[in-house]
Design a binder for this molecule. Structure first.
Ligand code: GDP
Ligand code: IMO
Ligand code: MG
Length: 429
C-alpha cells in the first residue's frame, strides 16, 4: 500500500503541518480524518507562512485535499479559512478540495457549551481550544448532530433540530445561558451553506478511485497520541481518536489503507492546556526551550508548556498507534544547550515504571528518571543532510531511536519546507 499516515506522537504541535507539506509533493491526495479547527498547522514556504486549522496541509501545494467524515466541521470557520488562504495566492476549488457529506457540524451552540463548561469546571478545567470540538463529537455519538449533508436539506432539518435543541436548551438552562434562537440558527445556516455546498462530495468514492489507480494517499493527523480520547492523558485530552487506525474509519477506507505510519516527534516536549506533564520544566530551562522553539499556540496564542524529551511517552505512543518510523523535528532548537536531559523511566511510590500509568493522579505524581546527555555547540539549523549534523546531535538522534525502539525516517531542522533530512522515504515500500 503506497500510503502514509502522519500522526503526532506527543501532545500535538510536533510539526505535522511542515512534514505533511513536505511529503505532499510525493502524494496525490491528502486527507484529514479526525479533529477539527482545534488543530493549528504552520507551513513556512519561502517568505510566506500559512496557518491551517481545518484545511489539509496539501492544499498549499495544490494537492487534492479531502476533509474526511471523521472531522468535525465548522462551516463558518471553513468559509473564512478558505478565504484567508485563497487571499494568500493558493488556488482552492472543488477540484482540489472536497468535504465529506457525513462530517458533523460544529455550531455556535457547541462553542457556547465548550466555553460554559470550561468556565464552570474549576480545577477540572481541560484548557480546551473552546472551539466546540468536544460538544460536537458528543452530539455525533448522541445521534443528534446536524451534518454537512444537512446544508443541502435545510428545509428538512426540523426533527433533527428538535432533538438537538431539546438537549442543548436543557444544558444551557443549567449553565444560565439563554435558549438557542432556532430561527436565527437556521438563518445563519442558510447564509453559510452556499460557501460549503460546492465542496461537498461522497469523498469515499474519490478515495476508492484513488486506491484503484494506486494513487499515493497521505493521511494528515491532528493533535497527538497523548491527546487521544482512549490512549491519552484522559480526561485532559481531545474528543477524538488520534491514533493511525482512525485514518481508515475517519475517511471511509479499509484498515490497511493507513500504509506506513509516520510519527512526528519533537526533539523535546510541549503541551498546551491542562493535565500531567512529567518532564515539564516550569523554570528558566522551560522558558529557554519555549523562546528558542517559539512555542506559542497557533490556534489560541497560548504559551506552550515546555520540557525535556520523554522517551517513555514517545515509546508508548509509538506502540499504541503502530508507528513504523519517526520524523524528529525542531532538533535545531536544542543547539547550544550544554546539557540535555532525556527521561528514560518513571518512579512512583518507590517502584520503577517503563510506561505512563492510566490514572491522572498517578500521571501527575510520577517522577522522571533522567539520563544526562552532553549537548552540542554547533548549529544544526537549516541542515539538509546527515553530513551537516554535529556528531553529538547524531548521537542524540541515535539515543532517541534506541530508547523509543523506532527508527528515524526524517529530521527537521527549521520551520522552512526544504530544511529537512530524508533518511528513509516513507512512500517507498
Ligand atoms: P503541528 O500542529 O504539529 O502542525 O505543529 P505547529 O505548526 O502547531 O507547531 C510547530 C511549529 O514549529 C511551527 O511554528 C513550525 O513552523 C515550527 N517548526 C516545524 N518544524 C521545525 C523545526 O524543525 N525547527 C524549528 N525551529 N521550527 C519548526
Ligand atoms: P495540532 O493539530 C496541541 C489540546 C487543547 C486541550 C485539549 C482539548 O495543532 O497538534 P479541544 O479543543 O480539542 O477539546 O482541547 O487538547 N489540543 C491541542 N494541543 N495541538 C493541537 O492540535 C491541539 N488540539 C487540541 O489545548 O488541552
Ligand atoms: Mg499545532
Amino acid at each position: 500500500m503506497p500510503n502514509v499516515t502522519v500522526i503526532g506522537a506527543q501532545w500535538g504541535d510536533e510539526g505535522k503541518g511542515k512534514i505533511v507539506d513536505w511529503l505532499s509533493s510525493r502524494a496525490d491526495v491528502v486527507v484529514r480524518f479526525q479533529g477539527g479547527h482545534n488543530a493549528g498547522h504552520t507551513l513556512v514556504v519561502g517568505n510566506q507562512t500559512y496557518k491551517l486549522s481545518l484545511l489539509p496541509s496539501g492544499i498549499v501545494r495544490g494537492t487534492l485535499s479531502i476533509i474526511g467524515n471523521g472531522v468535525v466541521f465548522d462551516p463558518w470557520h471553513f468559509r473564512d479559512e478558505v478565504a484567508r488562504i485563497s487571499a494568500m495566492g493558493v488556488t482552492i476549488t472543488p477540484e482540489n478540495l472536497a468535504v465529506a457529506e457525513q462530517c458533523p457540524l460544529i455550531l455556535p451552540l457547541h462553542r457556547d457549551l465548550d466555553g460554559a463548561r470550561e468556565d464552570a469546571s474549576g480545577a477540572g478545567k481541560i484548557g480546551t481550544t473552546r472551539r466546540g470540538i468536544g460538544p460536537a463529537y458528543e452530539d455525533k455519538a448522541g445521534r443528534r448532530a446536524l451534518r454537512v449533508c444537512d446544508l443541502a436539506h435545510l428545509d428538512d432539518i426540523g426533527p433533527q433540530l428538535d432533538r438537538l435543541l431539546a438537549h442543548h436548551n436543557a444544558l444551557r438552562t443549567g449553565f444560565g445561558i439563554a435558549p438557542v434562537d432556532r430561527e436565527q440558527l437556521i438563518a445563519e445556516l442558510r447564509d453559510v451553506a452556499p460557501s460549503v455546498l460546492p465542496y461537498i462530495q461522497p469523498v469515499w468514492t474519490r478515495l476508492r478511485d484513488a486506491k484503484a489507480q494506486r494513487k499515493r494517499i497521505l493521511f494528515e493527523g491532528a493533535q497527538g497520541v497523548l491527546l487521544d480520547v482512549d490512549h491519552g492523558t484522559y480526561p485532559f485530552v481531545t474528543s477524538s481518536n488520534v491514533v493511525a487506525g482512525q485514518a481508515a474509519a475517519g475517511s471511509g477506507m479499509g484498515p490497511n489503507a493507513t500504509g506506513y505510519v509516520l510519527g512526528i516527534v519533537k526533539a523535546y516536549t510541549t503541551r498546551v492546556g491542562s493535565g500531567p506533564f512529567p518532564t515539564e520544566q516550569d523554570n528558566d530551562m522551560g522558558e529557554r526551550l519555549g523562546q528558542r522553539g517559539r512555542e506559542f499556540g497557533t490556534v489560541t496564542g497560548r504559551k506552550r508548556r515546555c520540557g525535556w524529551f520523554d522517551a517513555v511517552l514517545v515509546r508508548q505512543a509509538i506502540a499504541v498507534s503502530g508507528v513504523a518510523g519517526m520524523a524528529l523535528t525542531k532538533l535545531d532548537v536544542l543547539d547550544g544547550f550544554e546539557t540535555l536531559m532525556i527521561c528514560t523511566g518513571y518512579r512512583l511510590d518507590g517502584r520503577e515504571l517503563d510506561y505512563l500509568p492510566a490514572h491522572t493522579a498517578d500521571q501527575a505524581r510520577v517522577e522522571p528518571i533522567y539520563e544526562e546527555f552532553q549537548g552540542w555547540s554547533e548549529s544544526t539549523a537549516g541542515a539538509r543532510s546527515w553530513a551537516e549534523l554535529p556528531a553529538q546531535a547524531i548521537k542524540y538522534i541515535r539515543r532517541i531511536e534506541e530508547l523509543t525502539q523506532c527508527p528515524v525516517a526524517l529530521v527537521s531542522t527549521s520551520p522552512e519546507r526544504e530544511d529537512t533530512i530524508l533518511v528513509r522515504d516513507p512512500f517507498v515500500d
